[in-house]
Design a protein around this ligand. Structure first.
Ligand SMILES: CC(C)(COP(=O)(O)OP(=O)(O)OC[C@H]1O[C@@H](n2cnc3c(N)ncnc32)[C@H](O)[C@@H]1OP(=O)(O)O)[C@@H](O)C(=O)NCCC(=O)NCCSC(=O)c1cc(O)c2ccccc2c1O
Length: 279
């Protein structure tokens, strides 16, 4: 069993969710995939709720760090719910519409300016494995098991699932994971750099909270910029846009940036003469 480390309180939005829980404590938002009877496999509704909760956490000024985890200790997430996978290009929502919306969630986690930590107990498999991979840090319990199943179940994630994994653990290892569909225990995952730390299962939340508290003591802007910087080249122009948007935001906070806006509003030529041309 996992020892609770904080007195998590449900956030208001949580009431609207059927497949996830959304809690908060001490500056940390905790988003829990809550389908333990399916090893926390996600259906389109689950992903839509994860997207909504991540959005809530991003825009909540009280939240500094986000933790993503699964309910119970048997699984973080076992990927797409195969029982609702249709023949028409995606996983069916209750109205029968096909989705691959986990790809949107992956990018949302990467673009979120706050650190996102995967707390993995049990299986992180298939699309669930890619979910921990796109998080900034992974704290694993010693019962964690990792792997891709795509080529076995007729699927693949040739985007971040392949490319980001190769950048994280190296090309040969990434190809091994995808081409053989084996499972790896927590020690093996740590050895190949797939996770940051492995701790005994009961301590996994305490350890995760310890890491979150460390980040909560640091400069939010510096964390935001360094995260965008880490992701920029992998995400191509969209990644550079994220980094550049942060730079623009910072420039808007300067007098020099504000002089341009003020001059335009006051219908006068801008006067940038007092601003240094820095070497
Ligand atoms: C995760 C497991 C290794 C766990 O094994 P274990 O023996 O502990 O448990 P059970 O197998 O008995 O499972 C318990 C219970 O849960 C159900 N369940 C488990 N996983 C799923 C699932 N993914 N979908 C639906 N249901 C699931 C299982 O049927 C049992 O219920 P019963 O009622 O039958 O008792 C093992 O369960 C396992 O290997 N699961 C499947 C893992 C898998 O293949 N996942 C899908 C990979 S593909 C994917 O995730 C994916 C999703 C996307 O949205 C993509 C989008 C774009 C590109 C690619 C995508 C993609 O690849």
């Amino acid at each position: 069993m996992i020892r609770p480390a904080l007195d998590w309180q449900p956030r208001a939005a949580s009431k609207a969710y059927s497949d996830i829980r959304y809690d908060f404590a001490e500056g940390i938002a905790r988003i829990v995939i809550n389908r333990p009877e399916r090893r926390n496999a996600f259906r389109p509704e689950t992903v839509a709720q994860l997207i909504d909760a991540t959005h809530q956490a991003q825009f909540d000024p009280e939240v500094g760090v986000i933790v993503l985890c699964g309910a119970g200790h048997e699984a973080f997430c076992s990927g797409g719910d195969q029982t609702v996978r249709g023949d028409d290009g995606g996983y069916h929502d209750e109205a029968g519409m096909p989705h691959l919306n986990v790809l949107d969630l992956q990018m949302q986690i990467r673009r979120c300016p706050k650190p996102v930590v995967a707390m993995v107990a049990g299986y992180a498999i298939g699309g669930g494995h890619v979910l921990h991979l796109v998080c900034d840090l992974t704290i694993a319990a010693d019962n964690a098991r990792f792997g891709q199943t795509g080529p076995r179940v007729g699927s693949f994630d040739a985007g971040l699932g392949a490319g980001l994994m190769a950048r994280t653990i190296g090309m040969k290892r990434a190809k091994e994971i995808w081409l053989l569909c084996r499972q790896y225990d927590a020690a093996a995952a740590l050895a190949m750099g797939l996770v940051n730390i492995v701790v005994p299962l009961p301590e996994v939340e305490e350890e995760t909270v310890r890491w979150c508290r460390d980040m909560l003591r640091l400069s939010p802007m510096a964390l935001r910029m360094i995260k965008a910087g880490f992701n920029a080249d992998t995400d191509g122009l969209a990644g550079i846009q994220e980094l550049a948007g942060n730079a623009t935001g910072l420039f808007y906070m300067t007098e020099e940036g504000q002089e341009g806006r003020n001059a335009w509003l006051e219908k006068r030529p801008p006067d940038f003469s007092k601003y240094r041309r820095r070497p």
